[in-house]
Ligand binder design. Structure first.
Ligand code: AMP
Ligand code: MG
Length: 421
């Protein structure tokens, strides 16, 4: 097992052991945000037939070629085509058909004159300008041709895709499965949120924050409760998670007397691939995987540190990309940005720091400032963070005015205060 590796090495290790999950079929009602796992070929053209883009009159442009203000041409309105009704007759010479938006264009006609451009008088219209062939007509197949591949596997289904698939008559699509993530907390000092946090106890918040992080990417968290600091209880809780795709525990993974998580994982047959990443917060991170078992592949395992910010940051940097990869996403990382430092930051060399910062747009640039104390138990500064600033392992100082890279967690600093139109 490797120890003390860099965050980049750790991430590489994680991803090389992370499978892409299988597929499942879901209703179009539930597919938004999922990753398409099939190629979608249009079974029909869109629009399926030539149809009117306006309320007006279907005409033969040949009849109106000489129409002008001085000499309007009169046509007989021979019949009417409501939307959704296929016309059963043809527009003959000297005729027009009343047509509504979306209604199929009748044979004979090759353009639509808008009703505001025609003067109606009983069963006749007068038209004072010559329409172009195809004017105000939506052509069959102008959007999609039958037999055309419209979506490829790997697309993250957005509302526009849902509309397109629905128009093509699809009710269901194949998408990548969502990982089920078992969450176990560990510690004798922990109580559930409705418990009594007196006498040295604290509320076990990690599994709740981590479940929210799972949901944010579309994974399904399963909370398995608090394990007391005994090997037996840790084993019992971890076992309950073995049927999931990912097992995430927090705490008990460091070098304390009662940190049994790693030993229990190994006893259960987990192959630990690394422990300890040169980062702050989050050094004591363990990663491993179970081999093939009777029910197929065993879960990936992340033993996250117990400190609430360490747990969240290590989830963010390693578990989140793994979950996205499992779901078939091709974009695994947060947007990064070069930003100007609004204050000087200092640290000891050796580990990369993930500094919680807030962002502001100032004079065409984005400026980052620390959320304050960076202790790994200070959850409020995690709650306020809009980005994590990458303070490289070897550097000891980033001065005010210098530039650094941030991973953007919350892009609300980009939100406009007016709509821009
Ligand atoms: P440990 O890794 O067990 O040494 O825990 C490190 C710190 O994280 C300790 O101060 C624990 O009390 C705290 N901690 C552990 N688990 C949780 C949890 N689920 N929620 C909040 N804090 C926790
Ligand atoms: Mg502990």
């Amino acid at each position: 097992m490797q120890t003390g590796i860099t965050p980049a090495q750790a991430l590489h290790r994680v991803l090389e052991h992370t499978p892409v999950l299988g597929t499942e079929t879901v209703s179009l009602r539930d597919c938004a945000g999922r990753i398409l796992a099939e190629s979608v070929v249009a079974g029909r053209a869109l629009p399926p037939a030539d149809n009117s883009a306006m309320d007006g009159y279907a005409v033969r442009t040949g009849d109106l070629a000489d129409a002008c203000e001085a000499l309007p041409i009169s046509l007989r309105v021979a019949f009417e085509i409501p939307a959704g009704v296929a016309p059963d007759r043809e527009v003959g010479c000297g005729e027009a058909a009343r047509i509504l938006t979306g209604a199929p264009l009748p044979r004979g006609a090759d353009a639509v004159v808008r009703q505001e451009d025609a003067e109606r008088d009983g069963d006749r219209i007068r038209v004072a300008s010559a329409p172009r062939p195809g004017e105000h007509v939506r052509r069959a197949g102008e959007d999609v041709l039958a037999g055309e591949e419209v979506l490829r596997p790997g697309v993250c289904l957005a509302p526009g895709h849902v509309g397109l698939l629905t128009s093509l008559g699809r009710g269901y699509v194949a998408v990548r499965q969502r990982p089920r993530v078992a969450l176990v907390s560990g510690g004798d000092e922990l109580v559930e949120p409705d418990g009594d946090p007196g006498g040295g106890r604290i509320v076990a918040s990690n599994a709740y924050a981590l479940a929210a992080q799972c949901r944010e990417v579309g994974a399904e968290p399963l909370y398995l409760g608090i394990a007391r600091d005994t090997p037996e209880e840790i084993e019992r809780r971890l076992r309950a998670g073995l049927a999931c795709d990912v097992l995430v525990s927090s705490a008990g993974v460091s070098v304390g007397d009662r940190d049994y998580v790693r030993a229990v994982l190994e006893k259960l047959g987990c192959r630990l691939l690394f422990w300890g990443v040169a980062m702050k917060p989050g050094y004591p991170l363990a990663f491993g995987r179970f081999g093939e078992n009777g029910n197929g592949r065993g879960p990936l395992v992340f033993g996250l540190p117990g400190n609430p910010v360490s747990a969240m940051v290590t989830f963010e940097e390693f578990v989140r990309p793994a979950l996205l990869h499992m779901m078939g996403h091709t974009h695994l990382y947060r947007p990064t940005l070069r930003v100007r430092l609004g204050e000087t930051l200092r640290k000891a060399p050796g580990r990369m720091h993930f500094v919680r910062v807030v962002l502001a747009r100032e004079g065409g640039e984005v400026v980052a400032r620390s959320t304050g104390g960076q202790g790994s138990g200070l959850l409020r500064s995690m709650a306020e963070a809009q980005a994590l600033l990458l303070f490289p392992a070897a550097s000891t100082e980033l001065r005010e005015g210098e530039y650094a890279t941030v991973q953007v967690l919350d892009a609300s600093f980009l939100a406009a205060d007016a709509p821009g139109f």
